[in-house]
Structure formats: structure tokens, C-alpha cells
Design a protein around this ligand. Structure first.
Ligand SMILES: NC(=O)c1ccc[n+]([C@@H]2O[C@H](COP(=O)([O-])OP(=O)(O)OC[C@H]3O[C@@H](n4cnc5c(N)ncnc54)[C@H](O)[C@@H]3O)[C@@H](O)[C@H]2O)c1
Length: 268
């Protein structure tokens, strides 16, 4: 076995949803750096185009396609386009996600529950549902679902991103991951989840954070950082190594797993 190439993805086609900014942009760039042709999909098409251009400027291969992962027709359109462009799909990173709030359960608007579930959970289901037939045709594949430590554990410091809809959607992603892993294990499709802890430099919860006073923001940062054993938040690029591992043959005997990427948060 040639160990030097186990992380390489040359000749493989990867779809990253929510690739127009934040974690999705980093993951798209990371997969491309290891040889994958990356489809950058987002409801923010200019953002997705910017990511694809960054990849091409760095010598990689990428296309940008519009998708609203909550909408069946839009997801069908995305996969139809991938079929026309590349004729195959080997890797799916289900990354698109949003947060709402801040509200406790009894104050949470029902529309916020429905909208978030549509993107964070239904979107993961719709994209996996459309990707799996292409992976079966290709003889296997890897699906990496971006969950959250909010799907593993509760936390309430008046935090700007965590509400029950977010936590429930991310726990749902974990259940979907484990069940799908069982269903396709014999056909070479691996399904794993990453549960990130707090990662800065993204737009998640951006409107809520922007509404905080500088003092309240500093206090929230300090509270969160004090909760992290490593003492600081992550950044999107930190997630690339784990995503490349799960997407590539380096993890060929790993399926149905949820790996926290959280500076030790969930180790307590
Ligand atoms: N940042 C964190 O601390 C953190 C922690 C745990 C989990 N996550 C998860 O990581 C993923 C990425 O989050 P991020 O922090 O990079 O956020 P972000 O807001 O910076 O990026 C999310 C991207 O998803 C896109 N998107 C939103 N709704 C969409 C839709 N309906 N269809 C297609 N694209 C859509 C946005 O346009 C954006 O480009 C999310 O699933 C989030 O829940 C983030």
C-alpha cells in the first residue's frame, strides 16, 4: 500500500453545500487541495462563485452552482447539473446550515423551527437522497454531515447560536448519519458526521452577534473561551484535516461515526 496517497482525491467529484462562506468555503478549498473536483453549492451564488474562483486560482478544479437545500426542486436541479457537468459524484459534504433566535423553547417562533429544520435537517436528507444513487452507480462514496456539539450536549450561557431547533436539527443529523451508515455499509458508501464546537470567522448567528453591545460580545467570547479546554475557539480552516480524512480513502474502514472537533469541549 502506498501511504503517501491515501488522502488524495484525484479524479473524484465532491459536492460541498454552503460553500459560499465560512466552514463550507474552507472545506471546499481543502478537498480541492487534495485533488477533488469540487462543486461549490450555495443559495448565495456570488459567494459560491467566489469560492470556486479561489480554488481555481490556487490551481484546483471547481464549479459553482445555486442551491437552496431546503427545496426539493432546487436540490434536484443541483444534482441534475452535477450529472450533466461531471457524470458522477463521489463525496458529499452536507454543510449548509443556519441558526435562529435567540429564544428559549417557549418563546421560539414556530416559523423559526420550521425554517431551520428545512435547511439543517431536511436539506441534509434531500442532498443525501439525491447523492446516494450516483454513489451507488460509482461503486461507493463518502458522505460527511456537519452536525454540531449542540447535537450532543446542551449549553446555555445566553449563547448567540444555540436554540432547541438548532440542537434538535443537529441531533437529527447524527441519527440520520448512523442509520444511513448502516443502510449502505455493504455498498461502499460511508456516512460520518463532524460535530464542530465554536468556530469563529463565519456568519453563523451573525445578525444576533451584531446586535450585541461590544461589552456583551466580549463577555460572551470570554464565557465561551473559558468553557473550552484549549482556551480558544477554532477557525474554519482547522476543520479541513478531519474533513479530508473522512472524505478520502484514509478513513476507508470508518462509518457511522460522529467526531467532535471542539478543543476538548465534549471531553469533560
Ligand atoms: N461556526 C460554528 O461555530 C459552527 C459550529 C458547529 C456547527 N456549525 C455548522 O457548520 C455549518 C457551516 O456554518 P458556518 O459557521 O460556516 O456558517 P456560515 O453562515 O458562515 O455559512 C453557511 C453557508 O450556508 C449557506 N446556506 C444557508 N442556507 C442555505 C440553504 N438553504 N441552501 C444552501 N446554502 C445555504 C449560506 O449562504 C452560507 O454560505 C452549518 O451547518 C453550521 O450549523 C458551525
Amino acid at each position: 500500500m502506498s501511504f503517501e496517497t491515501i488522502f488524495r482525491m484525484d479524479g473524484r467529484v465532491a459536492l460541498v453545500t454552503g460553500a459560499g462562506f465560512g466552514i463550507g468555503r474552507s472545506l471546499a478549498q481543502g478537498l480541492a487541495a487534495f485533488g477533488a473536483h469540487v462543486i461549490c453549492a450555495d443559495c448565495d451564488l456570488p459567494g459560491a462563485e467566489e469560492t470556486a474562483a479561489m480554488i481555481r486560482d490556487a490551481g484546483g478544479a471547481a464549479d459553482a452552482i445555486y442551491v437552496d437545500v431546503a427545496q426539493t426542486q432546487s436540490v434536484d436541479g443541483l444534482f441534475g447539473e452535477i450529472g450533466r457537468l461531471k457524470g458522477r459524484l463521489d463525496i458529499l459534504i452536507n454543510n449548509a446550515g443556519v441558526s435562529t433566535g435567540p429564544r428559549r423553547l417557549h418563546e421560539l417562533p414556530i416559523e423559526d423551527w420550521d425554517r431551520l429544520m428545512g435547511i439543517n435537517l431536511r436539506g441534509v436528507f434531500l442532498c443525501a437522497r439525491a447523492a446516494i444513487p450516483m454513489m451507488l452507480e460509482a461503486g461507493g462514496g463518502s458522505i460527511v454531515n456537519i452536525s454540531s456539539i449542540a447535537g450532543l450536549t446542551g449549553y446555555f450561557p445566553g449563547a448567540a447560536r444555540l436554540c432547541v431547533n438548532y440542537a434538535a436539527s443537529k441531533a437529527g443529523v447524527i441519527g440520520l448519519t448512523r442509520q444511513a451508515a448502516m443502510e449502505y455499509a455493504r455498498e461502499g458508501i460511508r456516512v460520518n458526521a463532524i460535530a464542530p464546537g465554536w468556530h469563529g470567522g463565519t456568519r453563523l448567528g451573525g445578525a444576533r452577534l451584531a446586535a450585541l453591545s461590544p461589552e456583551a460580545l466580549a463577555s460572551l467570547e470570554a464565557t465561551v473561551n473559558s468553557r473550552i479546554p484549549m482556551g480558544h475557539r477554532g477557525v474554519p480552516d482547522d476543520l479541513v484535516g478531519l474533513a479530508v480524512y473522512l472524505a478520502s480513502s484514509a478513513s476507508s474502514y470508518v462509518t457511522g461515526q460522529v467526531i467532535a472537533h471542539d478543543g476538548g469541549w465534549t471531553a469533560e
